[in-house]
Design a protein around this ligand. Structure first.
Ligand SMILES: [Zn+2]
Length: 396
């Protein structure tokens, strides 16, 4: 019997796409799934000297496709959040390390960091490659934005076409993906995105094409119909946030294979804690309308076949690393998405989007999984308290 080899026997499982409500035995060898067989073979495997773990349910590790590791989502007052940004680098790095640790404890084995101006995401990605107590990190490094426009905490300025070409080429060396800050944020009082997109269609295409020429995909911070039309037509890899989505834009996204990371959590927090944040009744109404329209378009995106990546924007006000993923799952379910579709968005969809060769739990795949006491299809809360979380041991 070796620590390199063990068996897991469960009453049911989810492979990343399909719910398999039947007893199944997995054998894991050197970090990979060596065998998957129907039935509970725990007794036989134990008799052969195999270490056997038992649990109610096995599923792939969760993937939070949109986080900011260096930001702490817990403080919800402006002064504390502003003071956080001014902390010395080592303290911010420690905050990011803590975020990645907390994510893993909540069953998230992989996060995509959506940017910081210090390169802390790259640093934690490298640490996580050695430290198995941290969620693995796919790093967006530093993104690109227009001078004097939104996004200074996570992006560098590109003023013109030459700036785009040289900056994207340079960022592509270390960034796993190139982040494009296409629009600003929502004006909640106005209930709209009020500023003009930072990039027109030609310049957004130049970012996408330059990144592609250097072997990288793109993801675009974008809300509001004007910016979304540009992101969809430019063929970015994924639209992040995407508030004020329309059916027409969704159909362009589907045709151009643009994925969507809807990030309900930061806006839901503003709505749910509106008194603490100090919003007026009018603004609270705007927030509710924005969330309802978002839920409606999530449903349509699912029906139309747009790839959905679950992401929380953890680190935003009130959006805590790790825990937020369970709230985002609740938002998908409230919107009416079936649980198997919801969990696919939270597991296999991102792995496939990131180009992983084996995005599902299957024979030969890296063992990156969460063991639960019970099936989330019977008791959704079982997701919140994983009994065991395994990060992949082998390079993917
Ligand atoms: Zn973000």
């Amino acid at each position: 019997m070796s620590a390199q080899e063990f068996a897991v026997c469960v009453d049911g499982w989810f492979d990343g796409e399909r719910h398999r409500p039947e007893p199944t035995s997995f054998v894991v060898r050197a970090g990979k799934i060596a065998d998957v067989s129907a039935g509970d073979h725990g007794a036989e495997l134990a008799a052969q000297g195999q270490a056997v773990l038992r649990g109610g349910f096995l599923m792939p590790g969760l993937v939070d496709a949109h986080v900011h590791l260096f930001l702490d989502g817990q403080p919800t007052d402006g002064p504390t959040r502003s003071a956080h940004l001014k902390k010395p680098l080592e303290e911010l790095i420690d905050a990011a390390r803590q975020s990645a640790r907390q994510a893993l404890a909540c069953g998230i084995t992989l996060v995509r960091d959506a940017g910081d101006r210090h390169g802390i995401n790259h640093r934690i990605r490298d640490e996580a490659a050695q430290d198995r107590n941290l969620a693995a990190v796919r790093s967006g490094g530093l993104g690109v934005k227009r001078p004097k426009r939104y996004g200074a905490f996570m992006a560098m300025d590109v003023a013109d076409a030459e700036g785009i070409r040289s900056s994207v080429a340079q960022l592509a060396v270390d960034n796993d993906e190139i982040k494009l800050i296409l629009t600003g944020i929502i004006d909640f009082d106005a209930g709209a995105v009020t500023d003009e997109p930072q990039f027109d269609l030609d310049s957004a295409r130049l970012v996408v094409d330059t990144a592609r020429a250097h072997g990288r995909r793109t993801f675009a911070h974008c809300s509001g119909a004007k910016g979304l039309a540009i992101a969809a037509r430019a063929g970015v890899g994924s639209v992040e946030h995407g508030f004020f989505m329309t059916s027409e834009i969704l159909s362009i996204m589907r045709d151009n294979q643009v994925a969507w990371t809807p990030t309900f959590s930061p806006v839901h927090f503003q709505w749910a804690q509106s008194e603490a944040v100090g919003w007026s009744a009018n603004t609270v109404g705007n927030l509710r309308r924005i969330l309802d329209a978002h839920a409606e378009h999530l449903r349509r995106a699912d029906e139309m076949g747009v790839t959905l990546l679950m992401g929380t924007d953890a680190g935003s006000m009130g959006v805590e690393h790790g825990h937020a993923m369970h709230e985002e799952i609740d938002r998908y379910r409230e919107a009416g998405l079936a649980l198997d579709k919801t969990l696919a968005a939270a597991t296999s969809a991102a792995r496939r989007h990131f180009g992983r060769a084996s995005p599902l739990l299957a024979r030969g795949a890296p063992f990156e999984a969460v063991l639960l006491d019970a099936s989330p299809f019977a008791r959704i809360d079982a997701l919140k308290t994983p009994r065991r979380v395994w990060r992949a041991e082998v390079a993917q």
